[in-house]
Design a protein around this ligand. Structure first.
Ligand code: FRU
Length: 483
């Protein structure tokens, strides 16, 4: 009898223990597998209200407002039917959605309004964009008409003017630059030169063997004449979204060369710094570099404005963080913009770094590394080997960072937070010295990392597993909460 009692007691005890363990595991699971799907929309990285976004277009500060136009397909979360979406802001961090600014509606842009730029003249906002006509149309899985051959379109460079502060545009037809043969020239970036005339740069290809930049000039934004061309066989097969500017008396070319990257990630964003000789159109390159080490950002554009508060000119860059698909069915936006970054040249190197205004979003130190909302800003100097896991669940799965001081390699691996639409590299290794400065900005579902104040940078979209940060060395790390 006593033996049976003992057995019953032990059985009850075992069942009790199993139940307690079960409850603990269940609680942990539900605690840490929160419904992150609810909204993966970043707070400070601009996303379209819904559907597809690619290149930033027409960036400018006009009449006291920042304008961000962008390649936009309002009909489906895939590329095609390109419109210019529009958003405005007073601080470049909080954006207001505006009505679509540009739609295709004439024989020159009947299949889309591709990328371009904005410039103010005599108080009016002028834009230049590439209107396209497809040679042959096919329909994709969303029933969106796209060109059969990726390069099968006829481009025209079209000028349009706004008289209502940049909200709507009147197109001036025929186009400023009519199509030339079956040329793929596109993405006009217009700026005023020191000499006082206007210059336009266009991206082009030399028969899909090399990329090239075409230069046009104008005195009034109406009549354009061809000036010259610069081509090189060192940067891929065709160049998109060129941007050319003077920064501290250096010439900088930002462009997106197709086929200049790796086999897996052929299309990349780059800068070249040097001196352009406008007599024979030779570019003497002094330094060059990737604008995104993870190959996720593409087609960046810059603009220049005079900041009254800072009493100086500022050049700001915004790029497209590529996503080929939305995160999931709850999040119907596809693609986002980088943080607005200020451009500098330091020690001969072109750097881009988040605008200082973002520091005001820091609301003290993050004390709880478990409920971070995935909104934080980390700063530290590398002093030793380190490991860090972000967007992590409690089993410490997430996005991994590791520094190996012997080989001076920073590894970033997002194999456990990837999703189908991820467009850049899953894992990268960056060579950086011990004692480099690191800044990591986490914004709900995207991470941007800056090394040595923007000497190198990379961006990663992530599908978070949780909101935890794990780090094996947090005493010398500043982790700020972002609100
Ligand atoms: C770059 C690009 C541009 C083009 C636009 C079309 O991403 O291919 O060259 O104007 O996108 O959406």
């Amino acid at each position: 009898m006593k033996l049976i009692n003992k057995k019953i007691i032990s059985a009850i005890f075992i069942v009790f223990i199993i139940t307690v363990i079960g409850i603990l595991i269940y609680n942990n699971k539900t605690l840490n597998n929160k419904n992150f799907d609810a909204s993966l929309r970043p707070k400070y990285h601009f996303t379209p209200k819904s559907n597809w976004l690619n290149d930033p277009n027409g960036l400018c500060y006009y009449n006291g407002t920042f304008h961000l136009y962008y390649q936009y397909n309002p009909f489906a979360p895939c590329w095609g039917c390109m419109h210019w979406g529009h958003a405005t802001s007073k601080d470049m961090l909080n954006w207001k959605y505006e009505e679509i600014a540009l739609k295709y509606d004439n024989e020159y842009d009947k299949d889309g309004c591709f990328s371009g730029s904005a410039i103010e003249k005599d108080g009016k906002l002028h834009i230049f964009y590439t209107g396209v006509k497809y040679h042959k149309i096919k329909y994709n899985e969303y029933n969106i008409p796209i060109q059969e051959d990726p390069n099968g379109f006829t481009p025209s460079q079209i000028h349009a003017v706004s008289e209502d502060g940049g909200y709507s545009f009147k197109k001036i037809l025929p186009p400023s630059i009519m199509p030339i043969k079956d040329n793929q020239m596109r993405d006009p970036k217009v700026f005023k030169t020191k000499e006082g005339f206007y210059r336009m740069v266009l991206g082009d290809t030399e028969d899909y063997k090399n990329g090239s930049i075409l230069f046009y000039k104008s005195n009034d934004l109406n009549e354009w004449t061809f000036e010259g061309k610069w081509t090189s066989d060192k940067f891929g097969l065709g160049w998109e979204c060129p941007d050319f500017f003077d920064l501290n008396n250096d010439d900088v070319l930002i462009f997106s060369p197709m086929g200049a990257g790796t086999k897996e990630y052929p299309n990349i964003a780059m800068y070249l710094k040097g001196k352009m000789d406008f007599t024979n159109f030779n570019f003497n390159i002094e330094s060059k570099g990737l604008l995104d080490e993870s190959f996720e950002m593409y087609a960046p554009q810059t603009f220049n404005y005079y900041d009254e508060k800072k009493q100086r000119e500022r050049r700001i860059m915004i790029g497209w963080i590529r996503m080929s698909k939305p995160f999931d069915s709850n999040n119907n936006f596809c693609g986002m913009m980088t943080m607005p970054r200020e451009c500098f040249i330091e020690n001969g190197i072109f750097k881009t770094y988040p605008i200082e205004e973002f520091n005001d979003k820091r609301k003290g130190r993050l004390k709880d590394l478990k409920n971070t909302k995935n909104l934080y800003d980390i700063e530290f100097k590398i002093k030793d080997n380190f490991n860090m896991t972000l967007f992590a669940d409690i089993s410490k799965k997430g996005l991994y960072l590791n520094y190996d001081k012997n080989n001076a390699i920073l590894t970033i691996d997002r194999k456990d937070v990837k999703f189908d639409g991820m467009s850049g590299a899953q894992k990268i290794e960056i060579k950086i010295d011990l004692s480099s400065d690191i800044r990591i900005i986490a914004d709900v579902s995207v991470l941007e990392i800056f090394i040595n104040k923007g000497e190198k940078s990379c961006s990663f979209t992530v599908y978070p597993l949780g909101e935890n940060i794990f780090t094996d060395n947090n005493k010398d790390i500043n982790i700020y909460k972002i609100e």
